[in-house]
Design a binder for this molecule. Structure first.
Ligand code: SF4
Ligand code: SF4
Length: 68
């Protein structure tokens, strides 16, 4: 009998901005309590600063931000 799959993957989840969807509106950056989001085309999230609160994803009008 094969062993159960106990290989838990502990890779850190992180919020990411999908560059194909981001309209560079800046709404997310204004909501981030960590100032983890940098202006640009597209905007980007610094994973070292992000505390995964989800505030940015909630306000993005383009649904460009997701937890990966
Ligand atoms: S709120 Fe969404 S569309 Fe606007 S800059 Fe942020 S990721 Fe891009
Ligand atoms: S999840 Fe929270 S801390 Fe991370 S980038 Fe979005 S608003 Fe900032």
């Amino acid at each position: 009998m094969p062993p159960k799959n106990n290989n838990k993957i502990y890779k850190k989840m992180a919020y990411k901005i999908n560059p194909d969807l981001c309209a560079s509106c800046g709404t997310c950056a204004g909501e981030c309590p960590q100032e983890a989001i940098s202006e640009g085309t597209p905007y980007s999230i610094n994973p070292d600063l992000c505390i995964e609160c989800g505030a940015c994803a909630d306000v993005c009008p383009c649904e460009a931000i997701s937890l990966e």
